[in-house]
Design a protein around this ligand. Sequence first.
Ligand code: PMP
Length: 466
Amino acid sequence: MSRLSASEVRGALEREQEEFARLHPISKRLFEEGQRHYLYGAPSHWFRRWAGKFPVFAREASRAQLQCVDGHRYVDFCLGDTGAMCGHAPSAVTRAVSEQMDRGATLMLPTEHASWVGDELTRRFGLPYWGFTTSASDANRAAIRIARMITGREKVLVFSGCYHGSVEEAHVALDASGRMVMRNGIHGNAVDHERVSAVVEFNDIEALEAKLACEDIACVLTEPFMTNYGMVAPEPGFHQALREATRRHGTLLLMDETHTFSSGPGGYTALAGLEPDMLVLGKAVGGGIPVGLYGVSDEVARRMWEKVPKVDPTKVRQSAHLGFGGTLAGSALQVASVRAVLGEVLTSAAFGHMVGLAEDLATRLRSVVGKFDLPWYVEQLGARVEIMFAPTAPKNAAEVSAGRNGDLEALLHVYFLNRGVLITPFHCMLLMCPASTAADADKYVSVFEDFCGFLAANCLEREMRA
Ligand code: PMP
């Protein structure tokens, strides 16, 4: 067997992409038509990130299955990049949302579900006060506004490789020389990021300490376990050091649990006993209805009301508001859907099933990697699993970048698509939902084993080691 060059990896990718085009003529045509009116050929730019050169257009999805307009069926481990972690069309949410639609979706009034939802959010995630938004991005922006309001500081510190949605301050990363740059070629947008942002590598306590010591950082915005640049675990002691340093320097700690809610019923925060000042949820918590949530501690709420006094509504009808929160935020529809998600779908029992499935899947993937002697690492946290093209767990974005092989990653994606498996299109992450089954996991393992066999037969794995 001769060793394949990088161009041969590309050749294999192109052959899979041709096969993908052959299998999906209707999706291909719809994407071509989409160029007429959509900036990215489809309603969202994310939809064009799929490695097949155009996205599969969906006909319908239910539970952990999806069917495309060309009639192919897929086992879905992408689950709308976490937005569908409840599974597609979860009956409890469909019922609750349909009933609420019949009674009025958005009323500029609270409904009786609000009390239960507030109690449950606090029971699960620990923070006593909550606000609704219409996306996780929006919830992060709201939390940042609160952090600035009460600290009087402008800067937000993030970790390189992070993603927190459409959050201006978080569009930064470190380049190879350790300089702050715009992430992924995002436009700087005339914002002075040197003024509003700071960025260090995840798990780098020393660099974090140095930035916090300037005492100009309003909040650290972080996922507790990185999931957006490949999964990166916090090292032992990282969270304790982060909490201790932020407290010491008067910086608030904002934990973005939009993805890591997949760790368990109370997210990673409850799992690891973290004590953030603020916490953000989104995506899955709405069961398909756009919902973002931010929770704040007693102390944050108290300091906030010092800045924007909460006046007695019996005496003053119009008071200042916090400067965020849309007309549709906290709508009857949102609250009904969150009630159904927390009460009936993403329950402790459901997490037990999802996490068990993910643990089992990760163990089986590790044994396939071992069988083919591939220099790959399998990460798993709660209901989420990822295959990383590096021999050991990376501890930050720079280490993920060093192991990244874009063409091989794309090849894996299209190979899986052509064999009826969807995974999140950005890296190699997969997610379980309550409706995911052992048979779904079997399917994934079987296609993965075929993929590794295909690489071995073509010596592509040596390319990986080069
Ligand atoms: N936070 C995290 C951790 C995310 O992964 C994402 C989206 N991938 C967001 C926030 C933003 O979510 P949305 O696009 O729904 O606003």
